[in-house]
Design a protein around this ligand. Structure first.
Ligand code: PLP
Length: 388
């Protein structure tokens, strides 16, 4: 039996001086990874690009490693090195292509590039020429994104080339996996089956977070979830099965009263319909709380016309007026007079406001909210170790 450890690690700004705080529940993160790992007979890795979706490679990778995750995907070699620094025995793939000047780093660090063009393949071959032991690489074949990767015909020709060094991993990336009814999914799975057969015996990887929920992904060897580990919703058409991982809260700085008929904020985009109590909170677009979630004055947003909400004193309260660089205002008229005071925290997303709902209010996706989180927050990482 393992002893229960209660553990809070804090980083970032001093909480006495910061405007907002982020709480990152590493137990929930580990539970999410396990849920994904148990869902599929394939091996499950973790995508930790953009500093683990904004949550910090240095905090996220060790707990995933401890939970049994052995393969990590970074976007850039610099990120891959940071994974290696905290998990030296991890297998780390670098997704975003290959430049010759990075080769010495690959030689020294055991990072594995994901090559995705004939140009990159020939560069890699040339740079490996002098070596007795050729360095391993993965191959990306594009089956429908038109982003990175060889096209399918190039991939098949490469598989048939008897003189070519073979990759240790074959990957493709799904363009529409979050929309299970989309016809492109089927086409991509079929193309990848054909490629997998041509690269017989080589490990294959197709599923991102939503891809794991497609039965067709079960036939491949390695899953590459990202956002669902961090609590984001994998599918747009079903309730989110993942536990929330990140809570964002901001401090109430002042409480003001606006008079019926007056306006609020830059551009005077909201006219008060009643006398209104307004909580001015210490968070803004400089903290990644996107201006497009403003309560008014954002003509480009159409999914959620009223903008974002906060949660405080047990109730949801709407944003009023425009989000500014460092401050956001909430209409708290519907709360009891003494329900909140300066210094209290208001939740912007977390257990009471889903990350993806906060994102939709800004006309975007949970991925963008997480990776935009600024560096002015006090950060708390909770890890009891009980799910390890
Ligand atoms: C970002 C990324 C993933 C992870 O996608 P999620 O939707 O976050 O699960 C997987 N594979 C590739 C190639 C990626 O770029």
């Amino acid at each position: 039996m393992t002893a229960t450890r209660s553990n809070i690690t804090t980083t970032g700004a001093d909480p006495r001086l910061a405007g907002g705080r982020l709480t990152i529940d590493l137990d929930a993160l580990v539970a999410n990874w396990r849920l994904l790992a148990e869902k599929s007979p394939a091996d499950t890795g973790a995508v930790v690009k953009a500093d683990a979706y904004g949550l910090g490679i240095v905090h996220v990778v060790p707990v995933l490693w401890q939970a049994g995750c052995r393969t990590f995907f970074a976007a850039l070699p610099e990120e891959g090195l940071r994974v290696k620094a905290v998990a030296p025995d991890a297998r780390v793939f670098v997704l975003n292509g290959f430049f010759a000047e990075a080769f010495p780093v690959y030689e020294q660090s055991n990072l594995i590039p994901v090559l995705g063009s004939l140009h990159e393949l020939s560069l890699w071959k040339k740079l490996n020429k002098g070596r007795k032991d050729k360095l391993p690489f993965a191959l990306n074949v594009d089956t429908g994104m038109n982003r990175l990767g060889l096209n399918v015909d190039e991939g098949l020709a490469f598989a048939a080339d008897g003189r070519a060094e073979k990759p240790i991993l074959l990957i493709t990336h799904l363009a529409t996996a979050d929309d299970r009814a989309h016809a492109l999914n089927q086409k991509q799975f079929e193309s990848f089956q054909e490629l997998r057969a041509a690269f017989a015996g080589i490990e294959s990887s197709i599923a991102n977070s939503p891809g794991i929920f497609h039965p067709a992904s079960r036939e491949f060897d390695l899953n590459r979830p990202g956002v669902a580990i961090y609590g984001g919703e994998p599918l747009s058409d079903t309730p989110n099965p993942m536990r929330p991982v990140v809570t964002l809260e901001a401090r109430i700085v002042q409480i003001q009263t606006g008079v019926k008929g007056e306006t609020v904020g830059y551009g005077a985009t909201t006219t008060l319909q009643r006398d209104t109590r307004i909580a001015i909170c210490s968070v803004g677009y400089a903290d990644g709380y996107l201006r497009s979630a403003s309560g008014s004055g954002v003509p480009l947003r159409n999914a959620v016309p009223g903008g974002g909400e906060g949660f405080v004193a047990g109730k949801k309260v709407p944003i009023i007026g425009r989000i500014t660089m460092d401050l956001t205002s909430f209409d708290i008229t519907n709360l009891a007079e003494d329900a909140v005071k300066p210094g209290d925290y208001i939740e912007l997303f977390g257990p009471n406001i889903a990350l993806d709902d906060a994102a939709r209010s800004a006309g975007t996706i949970g991925y963008e909210l997480l990776t935009s989180l600024g560096n002015r927050y006090h950060r708390r990482y909770l890890h009891s170790g009980q799910s390890d």
